[in-house]
Design a protein around this ligand. Structure first.
Ligand code: GUN
Length: 279
């Protein structure tokens, strides 16, 4: 069993991005990422803080907008309009989930697709589904880069994706289909989850339920990618995979933390630098 070391790979990406930022700076371009956080969800605040620090570390200017929980839809749309027009801003990220009174879909659609470094705008979602160039959501993109780094080619594999979110499951499905895999997407309404997982050469789990994937659900020799980030009562981080039991059956598996998480941030930085190059 080999651990897929997302921390180490993300560091390699960050080194490359640091030198790319240096080159851009010589041309007078400092990549800028505007990050919008509405309200005070502690997990979101943590993620946003990590994104901010990672930006600074590679030479991307992060422009934070921390807005109160009570922010109105019109105010947020107006901020996005300003950021869309700001030549110093190459990427715009609105941290999800937004408070319930806000219409997330309308907010995400208001971001100009060429600054949509999260890849959540319908234009970029459509491009991904048609295998055209566009911004790809950071977590699934990070998974693809991690597989590539370990010479794991999904072409022809039977893949089971658990979770159908717009952030992870659906874009993951499209990336894997585009890579030539046969993809089954399971979710909360799936009748017999185990029947699907047991057939899979490659499993990608992103639902937010600790120990959802158990050892008796995994084929001997499978590859397991754990996208879950769950905080336990003791304050430690665990994924969606019952790691200690599942790992011995795998050829490759991602740890949590240190697997997909760091890759997500590296891909956000990469998308932002890419946007800056297209200025
Ligand atoms: N919330 C959880 N994951 C993400 C992400 O990748 N981007 C944004 N904007 N919000 C998130």
């Amino acid at each position: 069993m080999t651990l897929l070391d997302g921390k180490a790979l993300s560091d390699t990406f960050k080194q490359t991005l640091t030198s790319e930022c240096k080159t851009l700076k010589e041309k007078g371009v400092v990549p800028g990422l505007a990050v919008v956080l509405v309200g005070s969800d502690p997990a979101s605040a943590t993620y946003v803080g990590m994104k901010e620090r990672s930006c600074e570390a590679v030479g991307i200017r992060s422009i934070m907008h921390r807005l109160p929980e009570s922010t109105a839809q019109e105010a947020l749309l107006s901020l996005i309009d300003t950021l869309n027009k700001d030549p110093q801003v190459d990427g715009i990220l609105v941290q999800l989930p937004l408070p319930a009174h806000l219409d997330s879909d309308a907010i995400l659609e208001a971001i100009t697709p060429c600054k949509d470094v999260d890849g959540f705008h319908a234009i970029n979602v459509g491009k991904l589904s048609q295998n055209l160039e566009g911004f790809v959501p950071c977590t699934p993109l990070g998974v693809m880069k991690l597989l590539e780094a370990y010479a794991i080619n999904p072409k022809g594999m039977d893949v089971c994706v658990i979770g159908r979110s717009n952030i992870v499951g659906k874009p993951m499905m499209n990336l894997l289909i585009n890579a030539g895999a046969t993809v089954t997407v399971c979710h909360s309404q799936t009748k017999d989850l185990k029947a699907h997982t047991l057939r899979a050469d490659l499993l990608v789990v992103g639902v937010g339920k600790p120990a959802l994937l158990k050892a008796d659900m995994v084929k001997e020799g499978a590859i397991v990618i754990d996208v879950g980030i769950n905080r336990t009562d003791k304050g430690t981080l665990v994924g969606d995979v019952d790691f200690d039991a599942v790992a011995p059956k795998c050829t490759f598996i991602t740890p949590v933390p240190g697997g997909v998480g760091p890759m997500t941030i590296a891909m956000l930085l990469s998308n932002t630098v890419h946007a800056a190059k297209n200025r």
